[in-house]
Ligand binder design. Structure first.
Ligand code: SAH
Ligand code: SF4
Length: 351
């Protein structure tokens, strides 16, 4: 089988042998690359047309009790300026987002136990009370099943928790000993069973990542069946143990986005801020490789530069309205349009 045939089969069946996936990830020529992107765009179009969904991201706390080796918010980073948004500040951001046409709000933070379950539930339910037509996504890390259930009962619709890598040895090279791949995966299955639309995902080019790991990740995602997949390049942060590591590449990220689209045709797939950070038109290129979601920042301008997961993060100086406008224009420039909609998963059985 050659690469064109591999892409054809992946598009038709949504799956390939591990060996062929590995070859696809490592040997695409320029022409084959374009063929892959075109196939991914065709599949995305069949499921979502040319609509691109907006998620307004509110980064509400930079405190984190974890010490993931790759992340600028890790507790061991003494140079990270920590902040917490109060409930009324978060509600104000959400309000502003609603006025700008966002119908999904993503609440993201480090793992910050200052926000009790009660607090999180109250924030979620207040947003939902004010705007029943908004979807609320949480991205606040590993919790107990009971906590996840409580947030869900309070009205949370979706949860983003990248699995980071399905390979336990690789996981152990990216995280301190007190964290485990098994607990991460337990969380994902709990979330799914509770009824959330769930997002998993990985960083491309994270330290020690091999092609075999990425193939394992793809097969895991195929089996897990997420509604959303977050894929962005790893970018080093100067105050972490991985400061001297290479960043993930644009090409590898685009290949992986396209392959993910072919394996999970109706998945919600963001063109991430990290992708926009390593290339000035990275997000547009992500859309052209099969992504269909963008996540402009809604956090208050003064705290944005404190939420530094990695170096060089873009859009830290802008206001929410400016981000919204900029994004709309970028998406239009490649022939797609952002829509005012919750942008739920198009697969069977939800909503
Ligand atoms: N604390 C939560 C949410 C915030 S971190 C959690 O960990 O799930 C959100 C995501 O940012 C992580 O899942 C990780 O994949 C990504 N991230 C962290 N550090 C990064 C880096 N240096 N480069 C690229 N992405 C990074
Ligand atoms: Fe904390 Fe998330 Fe960063 Fe890990 S990736 S240190 S859990 S914010």
């Amino acid at each position: 089988m050659n690469n064109t045939e591999r892409i054809g089969q992946l598009k038709k069946d949504g799956i390939l042998d591990p060996q062929d996936l590995g070859i696809l990830l490592t040997s695409l020529t320029g022409e084959e690359e374009q063929y892959l992107y075109d196939a991914a765009c065709e599949v995305r179009r069949e499921n979502y047309g040319t609509d691109v969904y907006l998620r307004g991201l509110i980064e509400f706390s930079s405190y984190c009790r974890n010490n993931c080796l790759y992340c600028g918010l890790r507790r061991g980073n003494e140079h990270c300026e920590r902040y917490r948004l109060q409930t009324d500040e978060i509600l104000e951001c959400a309000e502003q987002g609603y006025a700008l046409g966002f119908r999904t709000i993503v609440l993201q933070s480090g793992e910050d136990l200052w926000y009790s379950d009660e607090k999180i539930c109250s924030i979620v339910s207040k947003i939902k009370d004010r705007h029943p037509d908004i979807a609320v996504t949480l991205s606040i890390g590993e919790k107990s099943r009971a906590s996840y259930q409580a947030y869900y009962d309070a009205g949370a619709d979706r949860y983003l928790l990248r699995h980071e890598t399905i390979n336990a040895q690789h996981y152990a090279l990216l995280h301190p000993q007190e964290m485990s791949r098994d607990n991460r995966i337990r969380c994902l299955y709990d979330l799914k069973e509770i009824g959330y639309q769930v997002g998993c995902g990985i960083m491309v080019g994270s330290p020690f990542q091999t092609v075999e790991h990425v193939v394992e990740d793809l097969l895991f995602m195929k089996e897990f069946g997420p509604q959303m997949v977050g894929i962005g390049p790893f970018i080093p942060h100067k105050d972490t143990p991985f400061r001297d590591r290479a960043r993930g590449t644009l090409e590898d990220t685009l290949h992986l986005l396209a392959i993910t689209r072919l394996m999970l045709p109706d998945v919600l797939l963001p063109a991430t801020t990290a992708l926009g950070t390593i290339d000035p038109r990275g997000r547009e290129k992500g859309i052209l490789a099969g992504a269909n979601v963008v996540m402009p920042n809604l956090s208050p301008a003064p705290v944005r530069e404190k939420y530094m997961l990695y170096d060089g993060k873009i859009c830290t100086g802008d206001e929410a309205a400016e981000c919204r406008r900029c994004m709309e224009q970028r998406i239009r420039s490649v022939g797609y349009q952002v829509v005012v909609s919750r942008g739920d998963w198009a697969g069977a059985g939800t909503e």
